[in-house]
Design a protein around this ligand. Structure first.
Ligand SMILES: Nc1ncnc2c1ncn2[C@@H]1O[C@H](COP(=O)(O)OP(=O)(O)O)[C@@H](O)[C@H]1O
Ligand SMILES: [Mg+2]
Length: 286
């Protein structure tokens, strides 16, 4: 454990391209590399004040695939996920070191605007959080503030296609002006996904997106995730191993702030290499 508080921008690499081959790696078993990486994280350390929540984690997110982040409660999954679009910037005591590369670009570079980054790397939370606005406005909002368009016909088009991609359009097309908060939980979560999609992200981060939903709404979200990967790169935190097995191609097993093992989902669940992974997936923690 490192008790030193490291400044937020301490690792910033001012050049645009980062040579990943120059970076030394940690001891995770399995394979952290993707053939076609959309994001590459190297030697990530994340601290809340003196407490280290993430220790030297390196991994790739494969382009147009789903990567599941699993592990016991408190192991750092959400902390790590939030670092991928700089959501941790909003937590004062949180400090981050390491390289976080999106298409060759350091996302923590000073010149990079975190608001624009979060349009490229969108996030869907555990509890659906629609704005207290109409269904239409929930989806149009991001497109408008990011200046994608001010033209009503174009905005209508963005709202419709985003709702379609989120598998919600048919259920809400006759009541686009009704409040988003009036939808069922599962519909609200798809509305939040539509809102994320509306700003044309490249990566979508999901933090236990179905854990507040019933089994039917969960199944719809899982099916949707599988479709979304054709256009987007997805990282999903889940406490459900069945869900990880169903929706992901790659799985990363976190344990007490470390990345213990990473590999193809089928391998992780059928023949894990590390004892800790095996204990977790077979329901033994000791
Ligand atoms: N905002 C915060 N301030 C201080 N400590 C935090 C904060 N968020 C998370 N932590 C701590 O970081 C560790 C990892 O938490 P978290 O990332 O939420 O784990 P997980 O998502 O795997 O359950 C925990 O010990 C948690 O208490
Ligand atoms: Mg969490």
């Amino acid at each position: 454990m490192n008790a030193i508080t490291i400044p937020k921008q301490g690792h910033v690499n001012e050049t645009t391209q980062t040579d990943l081959s120059q970076i030394e790696l940690n001891q995770t078993v399995g394979n952290i590399y993707a053939d076609d990486a959309k994001m590459s994280i190297r030697n990530a350390n994340i601290y809340y004040g003196d407490k280290q929540a993430i220790e030297n984690i390196s991994l790739d997110l494969a382009k147009n695939q789903v990567t599941a982040l699993i592990g016991p409660s408190g192991c750092g999954k959400s902390t790590f996920l939030r670092s991928l679009n700089r959501m941790n910037d909003t937590i004062d005591i949180c400090n981050i070191t390491g390289q976080f590369i999106l298409d060759g670009e350091d996302i923590y570079a000073k010149k990079l605007d975190p608001v624009l980054l979060r349009a490229r790397v969108g996030m869907v939370f555990q509890k659906p959080n629609p704005f207290p606005k109409s269904i239409y406005e929930n989806v149009a909002y991001g497109a408008r503030i990011h200046g994608l368009t001010n033209n009503k016909a174009e905005l209508d088009e963005i709202v419709e296609t985003s709702l379609q991609k989120a598998g919600l359009f048919n259920e809400v097309k006759d009541r686009l002006n009704d409040p988003g908060t009036g939808l069922s939980g599962g519909q609200q979560q798809r509305l939040c996904i539509a809102r994320t999609i509306a700003v044309s992200p490249e990566v979508i981060l999901m933090d236990e997106p179905a854990s507040a939903l019933d089994p039917i709404a969960t199944a719809i979200i899982e099916e949707l995730i599988d479709e979304l990967k054709e256009k987007y790169t997805i990282a999903i935190v889940t406490h459900s191993m069945q869900q990880a097995a169903r929706v992901s191609q790659h799985t990363a097993y976190f344990h007490m702030g470390k990345l213990v093992e990473m590999g193809k989902t089928e391998d992780i669940f059928t023949r894990p290499s590390h004892k800790l992974t095996e204990n977790y997936i077979t329901g033994r923690f000791g």
